[in-house]
Design a protein around this ligand. Structure first.
Ligand SMILES: [Zn+2]
Length: 91
């Protein structure tokens, strides 16, 4: 792992936190960043709302009655990636 090229704020904003959700969900986020993300989510109401919305979306997608109707995984991932970004680009 290389040093972060940009000045590194100890207090990241919500958008930065949420961009890490992809890696977090994929279990590719380093443990220290996972802890940081979890700590942020634990105290940030805005992020909790986003996370709750995402969880419901994921829940609904996985509850589609017929397996054939389920979204292909790549489409699903793109959908989630878009949702995550949209939440914060419009804010
Ligand atoms: Zn936040």
């Amino acid at each position: 792992m290389t040093a972060h090229p940009h000045s590194y704020h100890t207090h990241k904003n919500c958008a930065q936190m949420l961009t890490q959700l992809n890696d977090y969900a994929d279990h590719t986020l380093p443990a220290d960043l996972c802890a940081e993300l979890e700590a942020h989510l634990g105290q940030c109401e805005d992020c909790q709302i986003v996370l709750d919305t995402l969880s419901k979306t994921i829940y609904l997608v996985h509850r589609l009655p017929e397996p054939e109707q389920a979204l292909p995984q790549d489409v699903e991932q793109r959908l989630f990636a878009t949702l995550r970004l949209e939440e914060f680009l419009v804010a």
